[in-house]
Design a protein around this ligand. Structure first.
Ligand SMILES: [Zn+2]
Ligand SMILES: [Zn+2]
Length: 349
């Protein structure tokens, strides 16, 4: 059987493991083999291996071994028997993948909220084989989302997580964002920079914060009107916000939200920097702050995100890195040395 290389999780290992002899599977009926053209690196990847602040204990038992990489785009390489008369799956067709394996039939899927599918806990690259390899067998065709012609594989790959997640968070509080609204984006990493670009289309006043001063230029080029490494440096005191997006998710970011949110303000939590933190119960209640939590998004929202990229409204900040350098890139991400989103092309060796 032909083999391929990949990188992934092995139970007990403290670093990502290189696999040199993964089988290249043959697609069965109603399956296809996807050639991986681009796969993005996310902070959830090191967290999957080291546990860390994100998940001291995974919610379900993990398999002993799987290929990681959950931001995936590819082209159809081979199709199973039943798909020969389906032109949408002909070899060469370009697809991004919905990360979670939605069933399509549960209460949540039926109302279009398939990101919250209650029947499946399987997710590419997070607890089953994903994109850090050359070929991936697709058993659930529902996870295939067509990529518009003028969107690159790299952009489509990062769209599945680092664009979709902020997009979903913003859509949930869309009615709170007016042209006169003052909005704070905490954290200008992979998610925050895309959030700024999405918010720009809604004409609000955007203030961005990040501890890294060198990210100011790119945050402003994407649409932030003001940028601070420390909000206390603002000359526009007293500063308060109608809506705050927290893409950091640590005690300090909650404390900042507590200090700067308006009465009746909206707080949108997305960052998973810590597994737990303390919420300011009294002050949030007293000011009637509304708090929203977010995780991923739906496949319909992901198709919409791909259209936004096609129209040039979102330009994901993508950095191509050699596939062989994946372990080092993961270290760099853990040590906060990465700017933008790292993408690998496993078939360009
Ligand atoms: Zn991720
Ligand atoms: Zn479902």
């Amino acid at each position: 059987m032909p083999t391929q290389i990949g990188y992934g999780y092995v139970k007990g290992a403290t670093e990502i493991t290189k696999f040199i002899d993964l089988p290249i599977p043959e697609p069965g009926p109603n399956q296809l083999l996807l050639k991986i053209e681009a796969a993005g690196l996310c902070l959830s990847d090191p967290h999957t291996i080291i546990g860390g602040p994100l998940a001291p204990k995974p919610p379900k038992p993990m398999p002993t071994k799987f290929v990681m990489g959950h931001e995936i785009a590819g082209s159809v390489y081979r199709i199973g028997k039943d798909l020969e008369d389906k032109p949408q799956f002909k070899p060469g067709s370009r697809f991004a993948l919905q990360i979670n394996q939605a069933c399509g039939a549960c209460e949540f899927c039926r109302r279009g909220d398939d990101g919250n599918c209650s029947e499946s806990s399987q997710a590419y690259g997070l607890n089953e084989d994903g994109g850090f390899q050359q070929f991936l067998l697709i058993k659930n065709l529902r996870t295939l989302l067509p990529i518009p012609d003028n969107v690159s594989f790299a952009e489509a790959a990062v769209c599945t997580d680092s664009v979709l997640t902020p997009f979903h968070a913003i859509q949930k509080v869309r009615d709170r964002i007016k042209p006169s609204s003052k909005v704070l984006v905490q954290g200008c990493g992979g998610l925050g920079l895309n959030a700024i670009q999405i918010l720009k289309q809604y004409q609000c006043h955007i203030v961005a914060t990040d501890l890294k001063p060198d990210i100011e230029k790119v945050a402003k080029s994407y649409g932030a009107h003001e940028f601070y490494t420390n909000l206390n440096d603002s000359k526009h005191e007293p500063m308060s916000f109608d809506v705050i997006f927290d893409f950091v998710g640590i005690q300090e970011s909650i404390d900042i939200s507590n200090k700067y949110i308006k009465r009746r303000g909206t707080l949108s939590q997305t960052g998973l920097g810590r597994y737990k933190f303390k919420m300011p119960n009294f002050t949030f209640a007293f000011r009637e702050v509304e708090v929203f939590y977010n995780f991923g998004g739906s496949s319909a929202e992901q198709l919409e995100c791909l259209q936004w990229i096609a129209k040039g409204w979102i330009k994901p900040n993508v950095q191509l890195v050699d596939f062989e350098k994946l372990p080092q890139a993961m270290q760099d991400l853990t040590n906060n040395k990465i700017r933008g989103r790292v993408v690998f092309r496993p078939n360009k060796l």
